[in-house]
Design a protein around this ligand. Structure first.
Ligand code: GDP
Ligand code: MG
Length: 175
């Protein structure tokens, strides 16, 4: 939650990726430490904020979640405007959601500032036995495209905080 304190920085970070990969639940986990199994498709553009301290500065993270507009090119440019960070999320049990990352990245780069910090996220790592995307494939893609990379579980809370803190700290480092 936010505290009653002056804000030094507001960082807008956008979540993108196919429908049902877990974007909304990653945000719920990070912002409110919640998770819901029957997560509904998000309606309307929405963001949530979380205030944290980085290097003794008060940083308000404003994290935007897609509005059920995950079809290719359906996300509007207003969504990307002013973003200093982006999380490209796929479901590690759905190969197609990983194969679509190149398109999402292209769309992101066509709209966003060239200095935007981007993190690739392989979500649902709690479902290890159903894995359809080897870690090495994602690492290779991330390295080639100059992205941070992490595997997460919104369900089990694995690496969620670390992923957000990593991207926010990097944004802070380069501003
Ligand atoms: P979005 O469309 O990308 O926002 O995806 P949601 O956050 O709505 O999640 C889609 C479905 O995946 C929901 O049934 C969630 O409960 C489930 N889900 C999200 N994250 C995880 C996770 O880390 N592990 C598992 N097993 N299920 C997840
Ligand atoms: Mg959603």
């Amino acid at each position: 939650g936010d505290f009653n304190q002056k804000i030094d920085y507001v960082f807008k970070v956008v979540l993108i990726g196919d429908s049902a990969v877990g974007k909304t639940q990653l945000l719920a986990r990070f912002a409110r430490n919640e998770f819901s199994v029957d997560s509904k498709a998000t309606i309307g553009v929405e963001f949530q904020t979380k205030t944290l301290i980085i290097d003794q500065k008060t940083v308000k993270a404003q994290i935007w979640d897609t509005a059920g507009q995950e079809r290719y090119r359906a996300v509007t440019s207003a969504y990307y405007r002013g973003a200093v960070g982006a999380m490209l999320v796929y479901d590690m049990t759905k190969r197609q959601s990983f194969d679509h990352m190149a398109r999402w990245l292209e769309e992101l780069r066509s709209h966003a500032d060239k200095n935007i910090v981007i993190m690739l996220i392989g979500n649902k790592c709690d479902l290890g036995s159903l894995r359809a995307v080897p870690t090495e494939d994602a690492q290779e893609f991330a390295q080639r495209e100059n992205l941070f990379f992490m595997e997460t579980s919104a369900l089990e809370s694995t690496n969620v905080e670390t992923a957000f803190l990593t991207i926010l700290t990097e944004i802070y480092r380069i501003i």
